[in-house]
Design a protein around this ligand. Structure first.
Ligand SMILES: C[S@@+](CC[C@H](N)C(=O)[O-])C[C@H]1O[C@@H](n2cnc3c(N)ncnc32)[C@H](O)[C@@H]1O
Length: 221
């Protein structure tokens, strides 16, 4: 039996960073099979980000680039869109996708969300989907502080994650505890209270109507 430790109704993540990088490098080749199940939640997250054509936008954990493409479509061509991911394989897929669609106004870097390679107060929007559900609970404040640091005053934060209605245990958590790779190392998280504790204001939680139990948490710096 693996780790049944819970905090704030969330089970602890048991997969280390090096393993996540390795797994997602490999998963970059097959992630297109999972992506459709996450689409509704991701697209609603993009909608809630209310991206304006002159916004400076960062996506953390771009994956194979489906949200990144939606972001880049929404900004003017002279405006650079920034993206990071832990896995070089994922960055390669994203670059290929947006380049194939004719875009060159992007800057993609390999980076861990815990240490973003950008100065303070750089972005109007920070979008991050299906990543915090891979991260240990103790690192939530570290990552959220980093997100807060790189956002400008009044900057918009949008987090989309695997989730559950409330803190009651769910079957997906049992599966995670049997094998954390059942759903790519992700387990349900509840981010609203962590986002509030970091000091974001106007924090809201929305549960999209999808097959995959998800939440969208938004806030303003
Ligand atoms: C489940 S996939 C989601 C991909 C994409 N955001 C989406 O919604 O389709 C998780 C992604 O997070 C990336 N990732 C995991 N931990 C990370 C970290 N600490 N910093 C940056 N990226 C990370 C993985 O490499 C992978 O691309």
């Amino acid at each position: 039996m693996r780790n049944y430790k819970t905090q704030n109704g969330i089970i602890e993540a048991t997969v280390e960073v090096a393993k996540i990088r390795k797994t997602y490098n490999w998963m970059s080749k097959v992630y297109f099979l999972f992506a459709p199940m996450e689409k509704t939640a991701r697209m609603r997250g993009i909608e809630l980000a209310q991206i304006q054509s002159d916004d400076k936008v960062l996506e953390v954990a771009v994956g194979i680039g489906h949200s990144f493409l939606e972001i880049i479509k929404r900004v003017e061509r002279k405006n650079t869109v920034y993206g990071v991911d832990l896995a070089p394989g994922m960055l390669k897929k994203t670059k290929k996708l947006v380049s194939k669609k004719g875009y060159s106004n992007f800057d993609l870097k390999e980076s861990d969300a815990r240490h973003l390679p950008f100065p303070d107060e750089t972005f109007d929007v920070l979008y991050n989907s299906f990543m915090l559900d891979l991260i240990p609970i103790a690192d939530f404040p570290v990552v959220l502080k980093e997100f807060q640091r790189v956002l400008r005053k009044d900057g918009r934060l949008v987090l989309v994650n695997l989730s559950k209605k409330d803190s009651t245990p769910v079957f997906l958590e049992k599966l995670y505890n049997l094998s954390p790779y059942f759903w790519g190392g992700c387990r349900p998280v509840l981010m609203e209270s962590f986002v509030k504790q970091t000091g974001f204001r106007n924090v809201k939680r929305e549960i999209p109507q999808t097959i995959l139990p998800s939440e969208i948490v938004t806030g303003l710096k």
